[in-house]
Design a protein around this ligand. Structure first.
Ligand SMILES: NC(=O)c1ccc[n+]([C@@H]2O[C@H](COP(=O)([O-])OP(=O)(O)OC[C@H]3O[C@@H](n4cnc5c(N)ncnc54)[C@H](OP(=O)(O)O)[C@@H]3O)[C@@H](O)[C@H]2O)c1
Length: 297
């Protein structure tokens, strides 16, 4: 039913998602704030001048941009998606933002006879490129069902989480777990190395254990090689930690662990690692260990 799909945002995630829509035979239009990234698609896709033009020429637009200000710009600006939305139009919000923002988008779309689904993703750069993302959706069940063929061109599964905002909320909970897992792995590896345990041995034990996780294998490799080329930028995880803490506060739920972990990631930002991969946070702990050893000797 939906034949021309628009992609707003062609960063690490959006680029892979647009390529997979093309691979699945959809006609695709693209828009990106910096035109160079859209130009890469000009031989295979239509390049729109604005998100409004994208919405006016497509029956579905997927947004995947950095943060809440970026989503505000894409959706609510004078030349934004909302201004181009006709009755029957569908907007899919795949950026990681607050549940309040995705609820506001859905209400605004419905007021125009259109609809929106929050459909944030997990899987990072490799899954975006391979078309194996996991979507978690919020909105009307019938809109989720209607858009499944589009989502499945970019992912392997879409789990319906409930009303508008619940997909976004679920994504923030997921990134809370990522924060704990990564911080735990980094602290463990730094302490192990300081005590003379080889990183390869620690990772081998973890992966053979009952607490093994594919996430530890993925990030363990990056940490062992000190390869911090961005799959998921550290700045974006701090954005998600901050959104989760605000969400928890509005629900009167304490998250002391996440608050403490965010401070470590903020230290990494202060040291200039914000655009590196989230695994780059380990350097904060390594340096702290080195300086304490130096003080003792
Ligand atoms: N990378 C991951 O592993 C991952 C996984 C799951 C979810 N996510 C989420 O997916 C979203 C995109 O992440 P990404 O890794 O693809 O980020 P990215 O590579 O940094 O790309 C960010 C995109 O947002 C655009 N953008 C930034 N500020 C904007 C603004 N004010 N107005 C319009 N566009 C703006 C950028 O445009 P320019 O090209 O002009 O800078 C670019 O297209 C984020 O919400 C992130 O949290 C990421």
């Amino acid at each position: 039913m939906h034949t021309r799909i628009g992609m707003a945002g062609l960063g690490i995630m959006g680029r892979g998602m647009a390529n997979n829509l093309l691979r699945h035979g959809f006609a695709v239009s693209v828009w990106n704030r910096s035109p160079e990234r859209a130009a890469e698609f000009s031989d295979r896709a239509t390049v729109a001048k604005s998100p409004r033009e994208l919405a006016a020429s497509c029956s579905v637009v997927i947004g995947c941009v950095s943060d809440p200000p970026a989503v505000e710009r894409v959706v609510f600006a004078e030349d934004g998606v909302l201004a181009g939305a006709q009755p029957g139009f569908r907007y899919v919000e795949s950026s990681t933002v607050s549940s309040a923002l995705t609820r506001r988008i859905a209400e605004a779309m419905r007021a125009r006879g259109a609809d929106a689904l929050d459909a944030p993703v997990t899987g990072s750069k490799e899954a975006a490129e391979a078309g194996t993302l996991l979507f978690m959706t919020g909105g009307r069940q019938e809109t989720h069902d209607e858009l499944l063929s589009v989502l499945m061109a970019m992912g392997k599964k879409a789990i319906y989480c409930g009303e508008s905002g619940q997909g976004s909320r679920m994504k923030l909970v997921g990134n809370t777990l990522i924060s704990f897992m990564l911080e735990g792995l980094c602290e463990g590896l730094v302490a192990a190395a300081q005590g003379g345990l080889p990183t390869a041995t620690v990772l081998e034990v973890i992966m053979a254990s009952g607490f093994a996780s594919p996430y530890f294998a993925f990030k363990g490799r990056a940490l062992a090689e000190h390869d911090f080329a961005p799959h998921f930028a550290l700045d974006l995880l701090v954005k998600d930690q901050t959104l989760m803490l605000a969400e928890a506060s509005s629900l009167d739920v304490p998250m002391p662990g996440l608050s403490a972990i965010r401070e470590v990631f903020r230290m990494a930002q202060a040291r200039g690692y914000g655009r590196d991969d989230i695994a780059g946070v380990v350097r904060v702990l390594e340096r702290a260990g080195e300086s304490q050893t130096h003080q003792r000797s």
